[in-house]
Design a protein. Structure first.
Length: 321
C-alpha cells in the first residue's frame, strides 16, 4: 500500500507540473517582454529592435529592447541567466555566446545557463581582395598565397569574431600562410584594405557592398553553405575549391534555463512567423542579415556543432584571449 501511495503521489506531482507548465504557456504573455542585448547600436541591437516590433502584435504585449553593454557582453548574459525563467526576459546575442568560452573564462555557460528559443538571423561573410591582388577566384587566391608564403595580409576586427575566424579557417583548409593584421573594428580594417595596406579580408556584405560596387574592392566568394541573397551572383568559398568551408555569424534568441517548454514553444512560433513576414525579411536583408527561424532543438544542435568545430581550430591556431 505504501508503494502504491508513493507512486500515486509521484504521478499527481508530475501531472500537476505538466498542467502548470501548459497553463503557463496558455496564459503567456501577461505583461511586457524585454529582449536584452550587449551590443549597443550593433547588429544584434538592430536585429532585436526589428524583431521586437514584429513580435509585439502576435504576442499581444509590448516587447522592449534593453541594452546592457559592458564586460564584453558579460552584463547582458548575466542579466538574463539570473532572471526568473518565465519567458519575460530574453537574450539576443551573437554566436560569441558559445564561442567566447572557447577562448578563455567568461561569466556564463552557453549550455547550462540558457535555453535556446530560435535562430533569428544569420550573416555570412564575403571574401574580398584589393584590386592590386592578381586573383579573380578563390582557387587563384589560394595558388597565389601558396606561391608567396607570409606575403599576403588579411585584416580583421575583434579576436574570435566571424571575420577573424573566417581568415583562420581559410589558412587551415587551404594550407596557406597569410598573416592576420588586427584592428579595433571592421571599419578601420576595411579602410586599410581599400587603401591597399592589407590585401584581403572577410567581412559582412553590408560593410563591403559599397566598395565592391564601385570597384575599389573585388569580391571572390561568400562564406555561407549556399549562395546568399546578401551577395547575389557570388559562389560559395566551399564550392570554389575549399570543401567544408563555412563561417557564418549567427544571431539567436535565448531564455534563462528552466523556462517552461510551453513558453519556449510560444516564443519560437512567434519568431518563426515574424521573420517570415515579407516586410521584416526585407528590412533584415537591408541590414545585412538573413532571416532564419527554426526550432530550439535545431539551435541547440547548431551550437553543439559550432563549439566542436571551432574548439578544434582555436586549439590548433592558439586563439586565446
Amino acid at each position: 500500500m505504501l508503494t502504491q501511495r508513493i507512486c500515486t503521489g509521484f504521478v499527481l506531482i508530475v501531472a500537476s507540473g505538466l498542467l502548470t507548465g501548459t497553463a503557463h504557456g496558455q496564459n503567456f504573455p501577461a505583461k511586457p517582454i524585454r529582449i536584452v542585448t550587449g551590443d549597443v547600436g550593433g547588429t544584434a541591437d538592430i536585429i532585436a529592435r526589428m524583431a521586437a516590433l514584429g513580435l509585439s502584435p502576435g504576442l499581444g504585449q509590448q516587447v522592449i529592447v534593453e541594452n546592457r553593454g559592458g564586460a564584453n557582453g558579460g552584463v547582458a548574459t548575466q542579466t538574463v541567466s539570473r532572471a526568473t525563467p518565465d519567458g519575460y526576459t530574453l537574450l539576443l546575442y551573437a554566436s560569441a555566446l558559445w564561442l567566447a568560452p572557447l577562448m578563455g573564462n567568461v561569466p556564463w555557460d552557453p549550455v547550462k545557463d540558457f535555453a535556446p528559443v530560435s535562430l533569428v538571423a544569420s550573416a555570412p561573410n564575403v571574401l574580398v581582395v584589393h584590386p592590386s591582388v592578381p586573383a579573380k577566384s578563390v582557387r587563384e587566391l589560394v595558388a597565389l598565397a601558396k606561391s608567396r608564403p607570409g606575403a599576403l595580409n588579411y585584416g580583421s576586427g575583434g579576436l574570435g569574431g566571424s571575420p577573424h575566424l573566417a581568415g583562420e579557417l581559410f589558412k587551415s583548409l587551404a594550407r596557406v600562410n597569410i598573416v592576420r593584421v588586427a584592428y579595433k573594428g571592421t571599419g578601420p580594417a576595411v579602410n586599410d584594405l581599400v587603401g591597399g595596406h592589407v590585401q584581403l579580408m572577410f567581412a559582412s556584405a553590408g560593410a563591403l557592398n559599397t566598395y565592391v560596387k564601385s570597384g575599389r574592392l573585388r569580391a571572390l566568394a561568400v562564406t555561407s553553405l549556399k549562395p546568399s541573397a546578401l551577395a547575389p551572383g557570388l559562389p560559395t568559398v566551399a564550392a570554389s575549391g575549399l570543401p567544408g568551408f563555412v563561417t557564418v555569424g549567427y544571431y539567436p534568441l535565448f531564455a534563462p534555463v528552466a523556462t517552461p517548454a510551453p513558453v519556449i514553444h510560444r516564443l519560437q512560433q512567434e519568431i518563426e512567423q515574424t521573420v517570415n513576414k515579407p516586410e521584416l525579411k526585407e528590412r533584415l536583408i537591408s541590414a545585412g542579415v538573413e532571416p532564419v527561424g527554426g526550432t530550439p532543438e535545431e539551435l541547440a544542435a547548431l551550437i553543439k556543432t559550432e563549439m566542436s568545430m571551432w574548439g578544434k581550430l582555436f586549439r590548433e591556431a592558439g586563439i586565446r584571449e
